[in-house]
Design a protein around this ligand. Structure first.
Ligand code: BGC
Length: 250
């Protein structure tokens, strides 16, 4: 039976994951599909993959949300720190809508995770300013105030001590430099203290793959604000993208 449930696509460096999403529960409405991200991840190559991916769910006809690890303004991608530079200036909403024949809305990956955590996850029911950060290859951020997203905050690129913050405090810096949890926690303390000073948030939520090991590092952080791990784990991108698209994008 055809379903107007929205479809979420999480476009990442290694995999492209997609599933229809049940907006009542924030769960996948069918088993998720995963396709390896091609080496040349230009917008055009990715558009072809989306066509294949959506073709696996012929009964799902709703709006489609897609995460992109870069600044997105009104469907146009404006930065590409860790992806093919060909994305910069691409009207991704238009490209993917034309390629797939579906109503596609593109959203920053961390913003998608932020929306999902606030609606269904760790920050559900929390008021005030929630800052969701994702610690991965880069650092993504979502600013959500009383449930309303302020998009493309890009707080991973704050300059701290003359460095792009994510180059020192992302999870990729921890693995690349083989940092101990204690050493990494010092860098994270500096990072989150800077965010505290600038934004006085009510809550930090920490996502990204490493959040499943949050016991190893969150207790070591020396900051004043409550900080908790994300709950949706690797569902956050797909669920947040679908939620974003269901609300008509920006
Ligand atoms: C990008 C952000 C993205 C984050 C996490 C950063 O390098 O600039 O747009 O949200 O990485 O993928």
């Amino acid at each position: 039976m055809a379903s107007a449930q929205p479809f979420g696509i999480d476009f990442g460096g290694t995999g492209i994951k997609g599933a229809p999403v049940d907006l009542e529960t924030g769960d996948f409405a069918a088993d998720r599909e995963r396709i390896r991200t091609p080496e040349k991840s230009t917008p055009e190559a990715i558009a072809e993959i989306f066509v294949d991916l959506l073709g696996k769910f012929p009964d799902c006809t709703g709006a489609v949300g897609v995460t992109v690890p870069g600044v997105v303004r009104h469907g146009v991608v404006h930065s590409a720190a860790n992806i093919d530079k060909g994305w910069i200036g691409t009207d991704a909403d238009k490209l993917f809508t034309e390629a797939t024949g579906r109503d596609v809305h593109v959203v920053n990956d961390a913003d998608a995770a932020g929306l999902a955590e606030v609606r269904y996850g760790a920050a559900k029911g929390r008021s005030g300013l929630v800052i969701v950060t994702t610690l991965g290859t880069g650092i993504g951020s979502a600013l959500v105030h009383n449930g309303v997203l302020v998009p493309s905050s890009e707080l991973g690129h704050l300059e701290i001590d003359g460095h792009d913050a994510e180059s020192r405090a992302a999870n990729s810096a921890r693995t690349r430099e083989d940092l101990s949890w204690e050493h990494w926690a010092k860098r994270l303390t500096k990072y989150y203290r800077t965010l505290e000073m600038l934004f006085s948030p009510d809550l930090f939520v920490v996502g990204g793959g490493v959040s499943k090991e949050s016991d190893q590092f969150l207790p070591l952080l020396d900051i004043s604000t409550e900080i908790i791990p994300a709950q949706l784990r690797n569902r956050a991108g797909v669920v947040g993208a679908a939620l974003y698209a269901s609300e008509g994008g920006s």
